[in-house]
Ligand binder design. Structure first.
Ligand SMILES: [Zn+2]
Length: 64
């Protein structure tokens, strides 16, 4: 799984949930330099929402 983790060379968003009984984990790295990790379903959801709203594809929508 570690090779799916985003890095500054390969920005992106990765969410992992090993099994239904385990908390989800997520890591995100944006090409703008921002990075974040989260653990737990609600925190992962917040990270995904924030990343998609402000980073990644949102940069091109904002003209950045
Ligand atoms: Zn960004």
């Amino acid at each position: 799984m570690s090779d799916l983790t985003p890095t500054s060379e390969r920005p992106g968003l990765h969410v992992s949930k090993p099994s239904p009984s385990d908390p989800a984990t997520a890591s995100a790295v944006c090409h703008c330099g921002a990075s974040a990790t989260a653990k737990g379903d609600s925190q992962v959801k917040a990270l995904v929402d924030g990343y998609t709203a402000n980073h990644g594809p949102a940069h091109s929508q904002n003209g950045r």
